[in-house]
Every structure is written in structure tokens, then in C-alpha cells.
Design a protein around this ligand. Sequence first.
Ligand SMILES: *Cc1c(COP(=O)(O)O)cnc(C)c1O
Length: 338
Amino acid sequence: MQPVDLRSDTVTRPTPAMRAAMAEAEVGDDVFGEDPTVNRLEAMSAERFGHEAALLVASGTQGNLLALLTHCGRGDEYICGQRAHNYRTEGGGAAALGGIQPQPVEVEADGTLDLDRVAAAIKPDDFHYARTRLLSLENTISGRVLPLDYMRAARALCDRHGLALHLDGARVFNAAVALGVEPVEIMSLFDSVSICLSKGLGCPAGTVLVGARDFIAEARRWRKVVGGGMRQVGFIAAAGIHALDHHVERLEADHANARRLADGLAHVDGIDVDHNAVRTNMVFAKVAPDRVEDFVSHCEQHQVLIRPINPNRLVTHLDIDADGIDHAVGVMRKFFDA
Ligand SMILES: *Cc1c(COP(=O)(O)O)cnc(C)c1O
């Protein structure tokens, strides 16, 4: 059997239908603006997600970086969560390449940033301070979903203070499905959104950045600067179009599988899981620290792949079905029964 790989939703492989769409893609030189499939993906993303323009980029990291480089200049700052991906886990790119300073604020238990704290972190208009330009949110964040009302309040705050608002929407479709809203209802609240095609949507690579026409034109320039101008990339865009058409609504199945996993593990003595907290495709499971290593290798021996971290983040995706979940629960239970 194929291992049940719970390490991340980035491990999916293209489905046969996606591979067929890729193989048949019409392509051209995208740096010349001549790849018809890339142009189609960008036009369709802009239209569907309520923005003037869109840009296909290599990765989520690149999408966030281009957004930061475009919204902020040297000596500017962006406010983000202390645990935000574009603060903690993108190699400090905005600082390294843009001279842009992050201003992190604590993330609340529900994944939001307290908007009073955000407001208090905005710097006065005074040459002692960096210029605060941008608020960057993440949705979903650690599997949690920011509510629509919260995002609307963040929009209003940014409007009051003249800040731009960016969404790291690596898993924005998981958020939309969990909230039961159309993705555009979320995305139209933001000045820019970075949307990963290579997570729950199952593409081999690619992220789409959406925003206003001028913003995307400038981001396109920065994409070239960071070496992200690719040529016959319509093969990737074709996978993206296929995923946007066929793999968004099915995320509900990943969420149901995450609940199934959490419910199964709730009955295992030795695993601590808050199954009520599961909203999307992630389950956080804790085991005794001195058993982590043995637990991970037991799982691996029985075709269940997890990371050697604690609490463990178990992620459901396109390549895991309910049988795979039941197998994983059984394997994990066996470790603690033994
Ligand atoms: C994965 C991820 C990214 C970065 O995406 P890559 O394609 O791996 O560079 C950005 N933000 C969040 C929240 C992510 O989960």
C-alpha cells in the first residue's frame, strides 16, 4: 500500500486527470507574456477572487515576499503574527532583500491578532520610527479559521490608518470551505492575497498572487528580480486551473477526514488531542516527550508517516481517504496498547 503520509498537505502527487491537463497544456514564453495557459490561470484567478490582476509565482514564500516588496519599501514595516509564516519561516526574506522590518504581535489562541494590539503597534508619523505600511494576516493559521467579521474589522482598521492589508492565503480555500463562504468573500477584503496551489489543491508547484493592476505590475517586476521569471510554465498553470476547477469543494472531505482522525485518536490512551478544535485539515496530537521517537518510527514501520515533532501536526489531503485515516488510527492505537 501507499504510505498514509500525514506530514503535510504538500506531499500530494498530481492526479491522472491533472497530469492529463498538464500534458495537453498549450505553452509559450511567460516572461514575454506569451504563455496562453498562464494567462488563462491569471485572468481566471483575478476574476474569480475579486481582484484586477493576478500573477503566477513559484511558491507561497515567493508570493508573500513579492507582496512585501511591493507594499513596503526600505525602512518600512509590516505588522504580522509572531507565528506568521512570513515572519518565522521564510528565511527573513523581506529584511534580507527589501530592508523591510517586521513588527510581530502575539497570536491569540483562536489564530487572530488582537486588533487593539495591532493598532498600538502602528508607529507615529515621526522620523524616529519605521513607517508602518501593511498588516499581514494568515488564514488558515495552524488549522484555525479567522472569521469573516474579524477580517472585516481588520480591513476597517487598515482603512482608518492608511495601511494596506495582505493575506497569506496558503490555505485560504480551507478557510472558505470551513466558513461556508465563496473564496471571493474573503479575498476581496484584502489588497493582496497569496494563494498556494501546491497545498490542499494538489498541484506540484505554484502560487497565485492577486491584487490591483499596478500592484501586480510591480510584483511582476520583483518576481523577475528574485529570479522567478519562468518560461513555458503553462504546464504548471494547467495543473492550477484543473485544481481551481476540481479540487476546491472537495477540501470538505479533507476536513471530514481530519475530524475522523481526531475522533479516533481521542479514544487512544497516550495521545492528547483536542478534537473540538479541528476546523480544517489539521489535527494537533501530543504524546509523552520521551516516547516521540519510538512513536514516529513505529508509525513509519506501519506505513504511516508523521514528523518527529510534539505536539505533532497531522495533515489530511487529497491522497488520504477514510480507509487511510482508519489505518493510521489503528497503527497509533497499537503503539500505546502494546
Ligand atoms: C506553506 C506556506 C507558505 C509557503 O509556501 P511554500 O510554497 O512552501 O513556499 C506560506 N504561508 C503559509 C501559511 C504556509 O503554510
